[in-house]
Write a protein that binds this ligand. Structure first.
Ligand code: NDP
Length: 324
Protein backbone atom coordinates (compact mmCIF):
# COMPACT_ATOMS: atom_id res chain seq x y z
CA UNK A 1 0.00 0.00 0.00
CA UNK A 2 1.26 3.51 -0.72
CA UNK A 3 2.79 5.29 2.26
CA UNK A 4 1.20 8.32 3.88
CA UNK A 5 4.39 10.03 4.94
CA UNK A 6 6.10 9.61 1.62
CA UNK A 7 8.71 12.34 1.95
CA UNK A 8 10.53 10.28 4.59
CA UNK A 9 10.29 7.09 2.55
CA UNK A 10 13.77 5.87 1.55
CA UNK A 11 12.21 4.14 -1.46
CA UNK A 12 10.92 7.41 -2.89
CA UNK A 13 12.68 8.16 -6.18
CA UNK A 14 12.50 11.45 -8.07
CA UNK A 15 12.20 9.62 -11.37
CA UNK A 16 11.55 5.99 -12.22
CA UNK A 17 11.91 4.85 -15.83
CA UNK A 18 10.11 1.68 -16.86
CA UNK A 19 11.75 -0.12 -19.77
CA UNK A 20 15.27 -0.64 -21.06
CA UNK A 21 14.96 -0.02 -24.79
CA UNK A 22 16.03 3.03 -26.82
CA UNK A 23 13.33 5.24 -25.26
CA UNK A 24 14.08 4.24 -21.65
CA UNK A 25 17.85 4.51 -21.97
CA UNK A 26 17.68 7.86 -23.77
CA UNK A 27 15.41 9.18 -21.02
CA UNK A 28 17.95 7.86 -18.49
CA UNK A 29 20.87 9.60 -20.25
CA UNK A 30 19.09 12.97 -20.26
CA UNK A 31 17.68 12.63 -16.74
CA UNK A 32 21.00 11.52 -15.26
CA UNK A 33 22.84 14.40 -16.91
CA UNK A 34 20.22 16.74 -15.44
CA UNK A 35 20.97 15.38 -11.95
CA UNK A 36 17.61 13.65 -11.48
CA UNK A 37 19.17 10.35 -10.28
CA UNK A 38 16.87 8.18 -12.41
CA UNK A 39 16.31 4.53 -11.59
CA UNK A 40 15.51 2.43 -14.64
CA UNK A 41 13.82 -0.99 -14.45
CA UNK A 42 14.74 -2.99 -17.53
CA UNK A 43 11.63 -5.13 -17.78
CA UNK A 44 11.35 -8.66 -19.18
CA UNK A 45 13.53 -8.02 -22.21
CA UNK A 46 16.59 -5.92 -21.24
CA UNK A 47 17.61 -3.87 -24.27
CA UNK A 48 14.09 -4.10 -25.71
CA UNK A 49 13.02 -5.34 -29.11
CA UNK A 50 16.30 -4.36 -30.76
CA UNK A 51 18.01 -7.23 -28.99
CA UNK A 52 15.94 -9.68 -31.00
CA UNK A 53 16.63 -8.02 -34.31
CA UNK A 54 19.74 -8.50 -36.41
CA UNK A 55 21.66 -5.63 -37.92
CA UNK A 56 20.40 -2.07 -37.36
CA UNK A 57 21.23 -0.14 -40.53
CA UNK A 58 19.17 3.01 -40.14
CA UNK A 59 20.16 4.44 -36.75
CA UNK A 60 22.13 7.64 -37.37
CA UNK A 61 25.72 7.55 -36.20
CA UNK A 62 26.42 3.94 -37.19
CA UNK A 63 27.41 4.23 -40.88
CA UNK A 64 28.36 0.56 -41.12
CA UNK A 65 25.35 -0.72 -39.15
CA UNK A 66 25.48 -2.34 -35.75
CA UNK A 67 23.75 -5.27 -34.07
CA UNK A 68 20.77 -4.30 -31.93
CA UNK A 69 22.39 -5.87 -28.87
CA UNK A 70 25.65 -3.94 -29.28
CA UNK A 71 23.73 -0.71 -29.81
CA UNK A 72 21.74 -1.19 -26.63
CA UNK A 73 24.95 -1.90 -24.72
CA UNK A 74 26.23 1.50 -25.93
CA UNK A 75 23.00 3.17 -24.77
CA UNK A 76 23.26 1.52 -21.38
CA UNK A 77 26.94 2.44 -20.94
CA UNK A 78 26.13 6.06 -21.77
CA UNK A 79 23.30 6.13 -19.22
CA UNK A 80 25.38 4.61 -16.42
CA UNK A 81 28.29 6.96 -17.19
CA UNK A 82 26.11 9.84 -15.96
CA UNK A 83 24.88 7.98 -12.88
CA UNK A 84 21.61 6.39 -13.98
CA UNK A 85 20.90 3.32 -11.89
CA UNK A 86 19.87 0.36 -14.07
CA UNK A 87 18.03 -2.42 -12.26
CA UNK A 88 16.47 -5.73 -13.16
CA UNK A 89 12.75 -5.82 -12.49
CA UNK A 90 9.36 -5.85 -14.11
CA UNK A 91 6.68 -3.41 -13.01
CA UNK A 92 3.55 -5.51 -12.56
CA UNK A 93 1.16 -3.07 -10.90
CA UNK A 94 0.90 0.66 -10.27
CA UNK A 95 -1.20 3.13 -8.32
CA UNK A 96 -1.27 6.48 -10.07
CA UNK A 97 -4.33 7.73 -8.18
CA UNK A 98 -2.39 10.29 -6.13
CA UNK A 99 1.06 11.47 -5.23
CA UNK A 100 3.65 10.10 -5.05
CA UNK A 101 3.16 7.33 -7.58
CA UNK A 102 3.39 3.74 -6.42
CA UNK A 103 4.86 0.81 -8.33
CA UNK A 104 5.05 -2.89 -7.52
CA UNK A 105 7.82 -5.05 -8.97
CA UNK A 106 7.68 -8.74 -9.88
CA UNK A 107 9.92 -9.56 -6.89
CA UNK A 108 7.38 -7.97 -4.55
CA UNK A 109 9.40 -4.79 -3.92
CA UNK A 110 7.51 -1.50 -3.75
CA UNK A 111 8.82 1.75 -5.20
CA UNK A 112 7.47 5.27 -4.86
CA UNK A 113 8.19 7.89 -7.46
CA UNK A 114 7.64 11.60 -7.87
CA UNK A 115 7.62 11.11 -11.61
CA UNK A 116 7.55 8.10 -13.95
CA UNK A 117 8.54 7.63 -17.57
CA UNK A 118 6.83 4.60 -19.09
CA UNK A 119 8.92 3.21 -21.91
CA UNK A 120 7.84 -0.42 -21.68
CA UNK A 121 7.59 -0.88 -25.45
CA UNK A 122 5.55 -3.39 -27.37
CA UNK A 123 5.53 -7.17 -27.82
CA UNK A 124 5.01 -9.49 -30.75
CA UNK A 125 1.43 -10.34 -31.71
CA UNK A 126 0.37 -13.95 -32.20
CA UNK A 127 -2.06 -15.53 -34.64
CA UNK A 128 -4.24 -16.89 -31.84
CA UNK A 129 -4.44 -20.49 -33.09
CA UNK A 130 -4.57 -23.27 -30.44
CA UNK A 131 -1.84 -25.13 -32.40
CA UNK A 132 0.37 -22.02 -32.16
CA UNK A 133 0.21 -22.14 -28.36
CA UNK A 134 0.74 -25.89 -28.28
CA UNK A 135 3.83 -25.74 -30.53
CA UNK A 136 5.38 -22.55 -29.16
CA UNK A 137 9.06 -23.32 -28.58
CA UNK A 138 8.64 -26.54 -30.57
CA UNK A 139 8.99 -24.91 -33.95
CA UNK A 140 6.80 -21.83 -33.44
CA UNK A 141 8.72 -18.64 -32.73
CA UNK A 142 8.49 -14.86 -33.10
CA UNK A 143 12.24 -14.27 -33.29
CA UNK A 144 14.42 -15.48 -36.14
CA UNK A 145 17.59 -14.10 -34.59
CA UNK A 146 16.91 -16.01 -31.35
CA UNK A 147 15.74 -19.31 -32.83
CA UNK A 148 16.78 -19.38 -36.50
CA UNK A 149 19.90 -21.39 -35.71
CA UNK A 150 17.75 -24.42 -34.80
CA UNK A 151 16.42 -24.55 -38.37
CA UNK A 152 19.74 -24.67 -40.22
CA UNK A 153 19.29 -26.22 -43.71
CA UNK A 154 15.59 -26.82 -43.02
CA UNK A 155 12.42 -25.36 -44.54
CA UNK A 156 10.51 -22.72 -42.57
CA UNK A 157 7.45 -20.51 -42.98
CA UNK A 158 7.28 -16.83 -42.05
CA UNK A 159 3.90 -15.11 -41.73
CA UNK A 160 3.43 -11.34 -42.09
CA UNK A 161 3.84 -8.63 -44.71
CA UNK A 162 5.66 -5.82 -42.90
CA UNK A 163 9.31 -4.95 -42.37
CA UNK A 164 9.64 -7.45 -39.55
CA UNK A 165 8.45 -10.32 -41.77
CA UNK A 166 10.81 -9.19 -44.53
CA UNK A 167 13.70 -8.94 -42.09
CA UNK A 168 12.97 -12.33 -40.53
CA UNK A 169 12.68 -13.97 -43.97
CA UNK A 170 15.98 -12.50 -45.12
CA UNK A 171 17.73 -13.55 -41.94
CA UNK A 172 16.34 -17.09 -42.19
CA UNK A 173 17.15 -17.35 -45.91
CA UNK A 174 20.85 -17.25 -45.00
CA UNK A 175 20.45 -20.23 -42.65
CA UNK A 176 17.63 -22.30 -44.08
CA UNK A 177 17.24 -24.29 -47.24
CA UNK A 178 13.94 -22.60 -48.07
CA UNK A 179 11.71 -19.87 -46.63
CA UNK A 180 8.03 -19.56 -47.49
CA UNK A 181 6.67 -16.09 -46.72
CA UNK A 182 2.88 -15.96 -46.34
CA UNK A 183 1.35 -12.51 -46.92
CA UNK A 184 -2.38 -12.27 -46.30
CA UNK A 185 -2.98 -9.44 -48.80
CA UNK A 186 -2.07 -9.07 -52.47
CA UNK A 187 0.90 -6.87 -51.53
CA UNK A 188 3.43 -6.48 -48.75
CA UNK A 189 3.37 -3.51 -46.42
CA UNK A 190 7.15 -3.60 -45.88
CA UNK A 191 9.35 -0.76 -47.15
CA UNK A 192 10.37 -0.92 -50.80
CA UNK A 193 14.01 -1.64 -50.09
CA UNK A 194 13.12 -4.61 -47.86
CA UNK A 195 10.62 -5.97 -50.40
CA UNK A 196 13.24 -5.77 -53.15
CA UNK A 197 15.69 -7.72 -51.03
CA UNK A 198 13.06 -10.38 -50.34
CA UNK A 199 12.09 -10.75 -54.01
CA UNK A 200 15.76 -11.02 -55.04
CA UNK A 201 16.50 -13.86 -52.64
CA UNK A 202 16.24 -17.13 -54.59
CA UNK A 203 15.28 -19.35 -51.64
CA UNK A 204 12.39 -17.14 -50.44
CA UNK A 205 9.02 -17.99 -51.97
CA UNK A 206 6.36 -15.34 -51.36
CA UNK A 207 2.73 -16.46 -51.23
CA UNK A 208 0.33 -13.52 -51.59
CA UNK A 209 -3.31 -13.56 -50.43
CA UNK A 210 -2.37 -16.45 -48.18
CA UNK A 211 -2.97 -16.95 -44.47
CA UNK A 212 -2.08 -19.64 -41.93
CA UNK A 213 -5.07 -21.86 -41.27
CA UNK A 214 -3.37 -24.30 -38.93
CA UNK A 215 -0.04 -25.62 -37.76
CA UNK A 216 0.35 -29.36 -38.13
CA UNK A 217 2.34 -31.44 -35.65
CA UNK A 218 1.99 -32.90 -32.17
CA UNK A 219 5.42 -32.64 -30.53
CA UNK A 220 7.03 -30.42 -33.18
CA UNK A 221 5.99 -28.43 -36.24
CA UNK A 222 5.70 -30.70 -39.27
CA UNK A 223 3.77 -28.58 -41.76
CA UNK A 224 1.74 -25.42 -42.16
CA UNK A 225 -1.74 -25.52 -43.56
CA UNK A 226 -2.11 -22.38 -45.64
CA UNK A 227 -5.30 -20.99 -47.12
CA UNK A 228 -5.66 -18.75 -50.16
CA UNK A 229 -7.98 -16.06 -48.83
CA UNK A 230 -9.76 -15.48 -52.16
CA UNK A 231 -10.16 -19.00 -53.57
CA UNK A 232 -10.28 -20.61 -50.08
CA UNK A 233 -8.03 -23.34 -51.52
CA UNK A 234 -5.77 -24.87 -48.91
CA UNK A 235 -2.16 -26.01 -49.33
CA UNK A 236 0.05 -27.98 -46.98
CA UNK A 237 3.60 -26.65 -46.79
CA UNK A 238 6.07 -29.07 -45.23
CA UNK A 239 8.16 -27.06 -42.77
CA UNK A 240 9.77 -27.52 -39.36
CA UNK A 241 9.43 -23.91 -38.24
CA UNK A 242 6.84 -21.13 -38.22
CA UNK A 243 8.01 -17.58 -37.54
CA UNK A 244 5.16 -15.24 -36.69
CA UNK A 245 5.93 -11.63 -37.69
CA UNK A 246 2.53 -9.92 -37.75
CA UNK A 247 3.17 -6.78 -35.75
CA UNK A 248 3.20 -5.73 -32.15
CA UNK A 249 0.98 -4.67 -29.28
CA UNK A 250 1.85 -2.12 -26.58
CA UNK A 251 2.82 -3.43 -23.13
CA UNK A 252 0.40 -1.11 -21.40
CA UNK A 253 -1.67 -3.59 -19.35
CA UNK A 254 -0.38 -2.59 -15.87
CA UNK A 255 -1.21 1.08 -16.53
CA UNK A 256 -4.68 0.68 -18.02
CA UNK A 257 -6.64 1.48 -14.86
CA UNK A 258 -5.16 4.99 -14.77
CA UNK A 259 -3.97 6.09 -18.19
CA UNK A 260 -5.94 7.02 -21.27
CA UNK A 261 -5.17 4.66 -24.13
CA UNK A 262 -6.42 4.32 -27.71
CA UNK A 263 -8.47 1.39 -28.99
CA UNK A 264 -5.31 -0.71 -29.45
CA UNK A 265 -3.97 0.03 -25.96
CA UNK A 266 -1.36 2.62 -26.94
CA UNK A 267 -0.94 5.24 -24.21
CA UNK A 268 -2.25 8.59 -25.35
CA UNK A 269 -0.03 11.61 -24.82
CA UNK A 270 -0.56 15.34 -25.25
CA UNK A 271 0.01 16.41 -28.87
CA UNK A 272 3.72 17.02 -29.47
CA UNK A 273 4.59 15.95 -25.91
CA UNK A 274 4.96 12.83 -23.80
CA UNK A 275 2.69 13.92 -20.92
CA UNK A 276 -0.14 11.48 -20.17
CA UNK A 277 -3.44 12.32 -18.49
CA UNK A 278 -1.78 11.99 -15.05
CA UNK A 279 0.60 14.74 -13.88
CA UNK A 280 4.13 13.41 -13.50
CA UNK A 281 3.56 10.34 -15.69
CA UNK A 282 5.12 10.42 -19.15
CA UNK A 283 5.13 7.83 -21.94
CA UNK A 284 7.87 7.36 -24.52
CA UNK A 285 8.72 4.93 -27.31
CA UNK A 286 6.59 2.20 -28.82
CA UNK A 287 4.11 2.08 -25.95
CA UNK A 288 2.70 5.41 -27.14
CA UNK A 289 3.53 5.19 -30.84
CA UNK A 290 1.36 3.08 -33.17
CA UNK A 291 2.77 4.86 -36.21
CA UNK A 292 6.56 5.30 -36.48
CA UNK A 293 7.89 2.60 -34.11
CA UNK A 294 11.53 3.20 -34.95
CA UNK A 295 14.51 3.09 -32.59
CA UNK A 296 15.36 6.68 -33.44
CA UNK A 297 11.84 7.99 -32.83
CA UNK A 298 11.68 6.03 -29.58
CA UNK A 299 14.96 7.61 -28.49
CA UNK A 300 13.60 11.05 -29.47
CA UNK A 301 10.51 10.66 -27.31
CA UNK A 302 12.68 9.33 -24.46
CA UNK A 303 14.60 12.59 -24.59
CA UNK A 304 11.34 14.58 -24.61
CA UNK A 305 10.01 12.64 -21.61
CA UNK A 306 13.15 13.32 -19.57
CA UNK A 307 12.97 17.05 -20.32
CA UNK A 308 9.29 17.13 -19.39
CA UNK A 309 9.93 15.16 -16.18
CA UNK A 310 12.69 17.60 -15.24
CA UNK A 311 10.31 20.55 -15.66
CA UNK A 312 7.63 18.72 -13.69
CA UNK A 313 10.01 17.99 -10.80
CA UNK A 314 10.95 21.65 -10.60
CA UNK A 315 7.28 22.58 -10.26
CA UNK A 316 5.69 19.99 -7.93
CA UNK A 317 1.95 19.44 -8.22
CA UNK A 318 -0.34 21.47 -5.99
CA UNK A 319 -1.67 20.24 -2.66
CA UNK A 320 -4.94 18.95 -4.09
CA UNK A 321 -3.01 16.30 -6.05
CA UNK A 322 -1.07 15.14 -2.96
CA UNK A 323 -3.95 13.16 -1.57
CA UNK A 324 -2.11 10.15 -0.09
P1 NDP B 1 3.42 -4.04 -39.23
O1 NDP B 1 2.27 -3.68 -38.38
O2 NDP B 1 4.07 -3.02 -40.09
O3 NDP B 1 3.02 -5.25 -40.19
C1 NDP B 1 2.33 -6.36 -39.73
C2 NDP B 1 2.07 -7.28 -40.90
O4 NDP B 1 1.48 -8.49 -40.41
C3 NDP B 1 1.13 -6.70 -41.93
O5 NDP B 1 1.55 -7.06 -43.22
C4 NDP B 1 -0.19 -7.38 -41.58
O6 NDP B 1 -1.01 -7.58 -42.68
C5 NDP B 1 0.28 -8.73 -41.12
N1 NDP B 1 -0.68 -9.36 -40.22
C6 NDP B 1 -1.27 -8.85 -39.12
N2 NDP B 1 -2.08 -9.77 -38.53
C7 NDP B 1 -1.99 -10.88 -39.31
C8 NDP B 1 -2.57 -12.16 -39.22
N3 NDP B 1 -3.40 -12.50 -38.22
N4 NDP B 1 -2.27 -13.06 -40.17
C9 NDP B 1 -1.42 -12.73 -41.17
N5 NDP B 1 -0.83 -11.56 -41.32
C10 NDP B 1 -1.10 -10.63 -40.37
O7 NDP B 1 4.46 -4.71 -38.20
P2 NDP B 1 6.02 -4.94 -38.29
O8 NDP B 1 6.37 -5.64 -37.05
O9 NDP B 1 6.40 -5.58 -39.55
O10 NDP B 1 6.64 -3.49 -38.27
C11 NDP B 1 6.36 -2.61 -37.18
C12 NDP B 1 7.11 -1.29 -37.40
O11 NDP B 1 8.50 -1.50 -37.23
C13 NDP B 1 6.91 -0.70 -38.79
O12 NDP B 1 6.82 0.69 -38.66
C14 NDP B 1 8.17 -1.10 -39.51
O13 NDP B 1 8.50 -0.21 -40.54
C15 NDP B 1 9.19 -1.07 -38.38
N6 NDP B 1 10.33 -1.96 -38.65
C16 NDP B 1 11.39 -1.44 -39.31
C17 NDP B 1 12.46 -2.23 -39.64
C18 NDP B 1 13.58 -1.61 -40.38
O14 NDP B 1 13.56 -0.42 -40.63
N7 NDP B 1 14.59 -2.36 -40.76
C19 NDP B 1 12.52 -3.64 -39.27
C20 NDP B 1 11.33 -4.11 -38.60
C21 NDP B 1 10.28 -3.28 -38.30
P3 NDP B 1 -1.81 -6.38 -43.40
O15 NDP B 1 -0.78 -5.62 -44.18
O16 NDP B 1 -2.77 -7.13 -44.21
O17 NDP B 1 -2.46 -5.59 -42.29
Amino acid sequence: MPLKNFMTNPNLQPLVIIGGGPAGYTAAIYAARAGLSPVLYQGPQPGGQLTITGEVENYPGYPNGITGTAMMEDFRAQATRFGAVIKEGIVTKVDFSGYPHWLLLNNGAEVWAQSVIIAAGASAKWLGLPSEKKLYGKGVSACAVCDGFFFKNETVVVVGGGDTAAEESLYLSKLCKKVHLLVRKEAMRASKIMQERVFKQDNIQVWFDTAVQDIIGEEAVEAIQAIHVISQKTSTIAATGLFVAIGHQPNSAPFLPYLTVDNQGYIQVEAGKTATNIPGIFAAGDIQDPYYRQAVTAAGTGCMAALEAERFLHTPPDASFQKK
